[in-house]
Write a protein that binds this ligand. Structure first.
Ligand code: FAD
Length: 467
């Protein structure tokens, strides 16, 4: 039986991170992927969805040139946006991505890996063993138990980007990140989109006010947003999808299901290993090791974050823990802030606690908010929707940041750094930011926090005395 230093099962962001880093350290790595390198993120998730959003954005700008003072004729359209998306995915998954794995042994598209016991993995009829095994098998789309949904042709992120054309009408179930991103992309590319969800605002895990900003923009762009709306039945009639909802009956060419993720470990045969798992994923300790020593579970399969950057980060720290003999120096997963971003226009981003979470924890907090419409650069760019909202306290401790607006996904990083490294509002205020960047919104909100302190109490009195 072939023996390796480590075996990685699944080559999405988590498995790729482990494989590339371990191979770079000259460890003998075997990586097994049942389908395509890149996993969900590269092939059916982050990358194609962002490419489609870009095609939608370009179309939207081209169709609204008057807004920018440009006289335009006709209605520009991108001929085949889905083909452009596929070409971009192919380009990214080609040479450069694969180069990172030159020093690893890869078994790709030869079937699923399964455990024979806690040290032995089998794929394509061959058995392999290693001292350390990393499970990085991700998730599948969840299809909710809506009557009829399983019987109609439906889209999920797995087949969405393989479509030949943009449907004239599209129903989306789900108002989270994937549902919202795809609603806007398809609407901008010409679909009439109606989206339905049982939650009461878009991006329900995030801040309600931010969700409302996005909803207003969606409605402006002609997207039907139906919150608090149950779906009672879905059926197919004359090549159309008929969706029966609490808000009425809707007909569309296609239906996209974006209602979350499902964990499925049947093929791995985990019961041969002693690795404990449940509906929430493979159980791991704070060092990302499972209940079986030497077997780690990283990325979506442990149910902790369901985000690519978290998957890669987990891969990195689990590997560092696996090669580190000193127990007191291990990296702990919960020491790292996990931000998230939704790449709609306007973008939504979150680090740390939302206002609602701060409330539920009973924290003594204050909210400081800066609106995009009050900042010159946002006005010059015509990007005035949204705000930066910081959950802080009188000492400037930062509990959380919610940003909805232009470049929110970039602005959020300063707050991640601040929260993770215990920097305060004062530290942000005392950091120069280039003018007129959108990032300066971060400093402006910190200045506002300071101004709130200095407009009453001791500081004005002292200033008057010592001037
Ligand atoms: C439409 C969409 C958009 C998204 N956008 C973003 C985004 O913008 N930002 C973000 O952070 N996240 C985004 N995500 C989430 C992101 O894709 C996942 O969090 C990420 O892919 C998880 O990485 P992973 O390595 O844990 O698993 P995956 O990427 O799911 O990879 C798991 C791999 O394991 C393989 N595998 C499974 N079982 C076996 C087996 N038995 N043997 C061999 N191989 C196996 C699978 O084929 C797969 O390639 C998006 C998801 C979707 C669906």
């Amino acid at each position: 039986m072939e023996k390796h230093d480590l075996i990685v099962i699944g080559m999405g962001p988590a498995g790729m991170a482990v494989t590339a880093m371990a191979a770079n350290m000259d460890l003998d790595v075997l990586a097994i992927e049942k389908h395509k390198v890149g996993g969900e993120c590269l092939n059916y998730g982050c990358v194609p969805s962002k490419a489609l959003l870009k095609a939608g954005e370009v179309t939207s700008v081209a169709q609204n040139l008057e807004k920018y003072g440009v006289k335009a004729t006709g209605k520009p359209v991108i001929e085949d946006p889905l083909k452009i998306v596929r070409n971009k995915v192919e380009h990214i998954s080609g040479g450069k991505t694969m180069k990172a794995f030159d020093r690893a042994k890869l078994i790709i598209d030869q079937g699923q890996a399964k455990f024979v016991d806690k040290k032995v993995v089998e794929v394509a009829g061959e058995k392999y063993t290693a001292d350390k095994i990393f499970i990085a098998t991700g998730t599948e789309p969840l299809i909710p138990p809506i009557p009829g949904l399983k019987d109609v042709p439906r889209l999920t992120n797995f087949n969405l980007f393989e479509q030949e054309e943009i449907p004239a009408t599209l129903t989306i179930i789900g108002g989270g990140a994937i549902g919202s991103e795809m609603a806007q992309a398809f609407a901008r590319l010409g679909s009439k989109v109606n989206m339905f969800q049982i939650d009461d605002h878009l991006i329900p895990t995030g801040d309600e006010e931010a969700g409302r900003v996005l909803e207003n923009k969606f409605k402006e762009e002609g997207i039907g947003v139906f919150n608090n709306t149950g779906i009672n039945k879905v059926e197919e009639k004359d090549d159309k999808i008929i969706t029966h909802t609490d808000a009425g009956v809707f007909e569309s060419d296609k239906i996209l299901v974006a209602t979350g993720r499902k964990l499925n470990f049947d093929s791995l045969q985990l019961d041969n290993t002693g690795v404990e798992y449940g509906k929430g994923g493979i159980k791991v300790n704070n060092q990302l090791e499972s209940s079986t020593k030497g077997v780690y579970a990283v990325g979506d399969c442990n149910g902790k974050a369901m985000l690519s950057h978290a998957a890669m980060h987990q891969g990195m720290i689990a590997l560092m823990n696996a090669i580190n003999p000193t127990p007191f120096k291990k990296f702990k997963n919960n020491e790292f802030i996990v931000p998230w971003s939704v790449f709609t226009d306007p973008e939504v981003a979150q680090a740390g606690l939302t206002e609602k979470e701060a409330n539920e924890k009973g924290l003594d907090y204050q909210i400081v908010k800066e609106k995009y419409e009050d900042y010159g650069r946002a006005i010059t760019d015509g990007k005035t929707e949204g705000f930066v909202k910081i959950i802080t306290n009188s000492k400037g401790k930062i509990y959380g940041a919610t940003i909805v607006g232009e470049q929110a996904s970039e602005l959020i990083h300063e707050w991640i750094l601040a929260i993770q490294h215990n920097l305060s509002m004062f530290d942000i205020m005392m950091t120069q930011h280039s003018f007129p960047t959108i990032s300066l919104m971060n400093k402006r909100v910190a200045e506002k926090w300071m101004m709130n302190k200095t407009d009453s109490g001791m500081i004005p009195k002292l200033a008057k005395k010592f001037i």
